[in-house]
Design a protein around this ligand. Structure first.
Ligand code: MN
Length: 285
C-alpha cells in the first residue's frame, strides 16, 4: 500500500498513476486528549485501519498523481534520526573535499565514533513545498537517502526483529549547510528534511537493502547508488537507534547518503528516484 498526504492535508492511497482520496479515514482515529502522545497518530493506527483504507480507496474516483502537491507522508514525527557516513564512497569523497575536510579538521570518524544524530522535526516538509536556502552565502548540499518510518513504539529491538517495527519507506532528503557549527544546527533549518512522495508499506516494499536510487539536478545525475552499499544496514540502524531512544510511530530514520553530494542553489530542481518507491521533484528556492 502507498499512503500519501497531499494538497490541503488530504490523505490518499496511490494506485498506479492515481491517487484515491481516503481522507474520511481520519474519522476512524480515536480522539486525542492532552497530553498528546509522542508520534504520528495516523501511522500509529495504520495496521488496524488498512482494511478500511483499501475500502475507501476503492470507492474514491482516481485523480492523476501529476496534479497533486505531495506533503510529507508523516505529519508528526517525534524525531528525525540521521545516520552519518554510511556509504564508503561518500566517506571517501568527504575526506577528499577540501571544504568539508577543513570543518572536520581532517578527522573523518567512523559511524560508531560519531553516533547517530537528530534533525529538528520542524524541518520536515514534503516535496511540493520545496527547500528554502537558509544561508545564501554558504554551501547547502543535498543528501539523497532511504527514509525508514517506524510503525510502533519500540525500545531495544534486536537486529533480527528490527524490520518488523517498520511501517514503511519513503524517499528522504537530508539537506545540510556546510560549516563549523554543530550538525543539528546545520541540518535543521525549516525545509531541510524532505520526505515523500508517499509511504510504501513495509510488506509492499520488501527488502530495504537492495534498492537502486538516484538524484538528478537540472538533468545531470549527481548521486546514484544501491542501498546494499550501506556500511550499517537498516536493521542494524533501527536496533542501534532503539537502544538509545524510544522509537515512536512516525519516527523517521534517514539512513545515510551515498557519494555525489553537491551544492544546490535557488532555481534548481532536485529529481529523486527510488526503486520500488517512486519519484519526486523538489524545487530549491
Ligand atoms: Mn545524511
Amino acid at each position: 500500500m502507498k499512503l500519501c498526504r497531499y494538497n490541503d492535508n488530504r490523505i490518499g492511497l496511490v494506485r498506479g498513476r492515481d491517487v484515491h482520496d481516503i481522507t474520511g479515514i481520519l474519522d476512524a482515529l480515536p480522539p486525542l486528549r492532552y497530553p498528546v502522545p509522542f508520534g504520528d497518530h495516523l501511522i500509529a493506527h495504520l495496521d488496524q485501519l488498512r482494511g478500511r483504507m483499501e475500502e475507501l480507496a476503492g470507492k474514491a474516483a482516481p485523480q492523476p498523481i501529476d496534479k497533486m502537491k505531495f506533503l510529507s507522508p508523516v505529519a508528526n514525527p517525534s524525531k528525525i534520526i540521521g545516520t552519518p557516513a554510511n556509504y564508503h564512497a561518500h566517506v571517501a569523497e568527504a575526506r577528499a573535499d577540501a571544504e568539508i575536510a577543513v570543518y572536520s579538521a581532517g578527522k573523518q570518524r567512523t559511524i560508531e565514533e560519531q553516533g547517530l544524530f537528530l534533525k529538528a522535526s520542524s524541518s520536515l516538509i514534503g516535496p511540493s513545498e520545496g527547500v528554502a536556502i537558509k544561508f545564501p552565502d554558504r554551501r547547502t548540499d543535498h543528501e539523497a537517502e532511504l527514509g525508514v518510518v517506524i510503525g510502533r513504539k519500540t525500545g531495544f529491538v534486536s537486529e533480527a526483529d528490527a524490520l518488523s517495527v517498520v511501517a514503511g519507506y519513503a524517499i528522504a532528503l537530508d539537506m545540510v549547510v556546510r560549516g563549523k557549527e554543530d550538525r543539528s544546527f546545520r541540518k535543521s533549518p525549516d525545509t531541510y528534511a524532505v520526505l515523500g512522495p508517499w509511504l510504501v508499506t513495509a510488506d509492499e516494499l520488501g527488502d530495504p537493502g537492495a534498492l537502486d536510487f538516484s538524484l538528478t539536478i537540472n538533468g545531470e545525475v549527481r548521486q546514484a547508488a544501491n542501498t546494499r552499499e550501506m556500511i550499517i544496514n537498516v536493521p542494524r540502524q533501527i536496533s542501534w537507534a532503539s537502544s538509545v531512544y524510544t522509537l515512536y510511530p512516525g519516527d523517521i530514520i534517514m539512513s545515510g547518503t551515498c557519494q555525489g553530494v553537491s551544492p544546490v542553489k535557488p532555481g534548481d530542481v532536485m529529481a529523486l528516484k527510488f526503486e520500488r518507491i517512486g519519484e519526486m521533484n523538489v524545487p530549491v528556492r
